[in-house]
Write a protein that binds this ligand. Structure first.
Ligand SMILES: Cc1cc2nc3c(=O)[nH]c(=O)nc-3n(C[C@H](O)[C@H](O)[C@H](O)COP(=O)(O)O)c2cc1C
Length: 217
């Protein structure tokens, strides 16, 4: 049996994308949901362990992209799927860099331990990961090539040291023919815990989050 790692953002919100969102403390009432009214999937890959930190190294109990994904999922209604590598990555930063170089050099498609059976129910897919050597880890290409994204909107989401979105917009456009690649979000890994306002601004610009007053006129 395939283990499905998808979790809802909140237990009672899985199938109610267009219902009003609870008001956030200290902010205007919010209405989540894309314009096309279809469900949103947030699929992300994130690696805990030794990582880059302001030119040095730190040990992350929770990967930066997971922190970002958690924040996004508190702001919008979406299904969340954490992509797990069939062959887990080492905790060592240098060993992970070396493995990634090998995988990029051979244009590998690393296996996914918990593939989703389908993404048909989603109109919008947020593809989130760190940036590894200026692109998404190759396992994100495995994921992107596993499904038919025709008619869907993809938003690349990254955490990074200095490369921003890297080549993710171009790469996902290539891997997902027929999809529209919308505005991406890039957050520095070191700053991900303070990125709430930037995340919210991006969600508003993309239409994934709307003020109730502007949504209802
Ligand atoms: C193998 C590897 C390669 C990396 N390459 C880059 C890079 O090319 N550009 C960049 O800005 N950051 C790079 N980083 C830093 C990560 O993108 C950054 O720490 C990110 O937040 C990690 O996300 P995660 O903790 O969710 O896995 C790299 C990190 C690793 C482990």
């Amino acid at each position: 049996m395939i283990a499905i790692g998808t979790s809802a953002c909140a237990p009672d919100e899985r199938n109610t994308l267009m219902a009003p969102n609870p008001t956030m403390p200290g902010s205007a009432p919010l209405i989540p949901g894309p314009g096309n009214g279809r469900r949103v999937l947030l699929a992300y890959f994130s690696r805990a362990g030794e990582n880059y930190f302001y030119g040095g190294r730190t040990n992350l109990d929770v990967g930066n992209t997971q922190v970002l994904a958690d924040e996004i999922s508190t702001l919008i209604r979406c299904d969340v799927h954490r992509i797990e590598a069939a062959d887990p990555h080492p905790a060592s930063y240098d060993a992970t860099v070396a493995r990634n170089v090998r995988e990029q050099d051979i244009n590998a498609r690393p296996g996914i331990a918990n593939p989703l059976p389908s993404i048909d129910q989603y109109g919008t897919v947020l593809l989130a990961s760190g940036i590894w050597n200026v692109r998404a880890p190759m396992i994100m290409t495995t994921f992107a090539e596993s499904y038919d994204f025709t008619g869907k909107t993809i938003h690349p989401v990254t955490t990074h040291a200095m490369s921003g979105l890297g080549t993710t917009e171009r790469d996902y456009a290539r891997s997902c023919p027929g999809a529209t690649v919308g505005e991406g979000l890039a957050v520095r890994g070191e700053e991900v815990r303070d990125a709430g306002p930037d995340i919210e601004s991006w969600l508003r610009r993309t239409g994934l989050l709307q003020s109730r007053s502007s949504a209802t006129g």
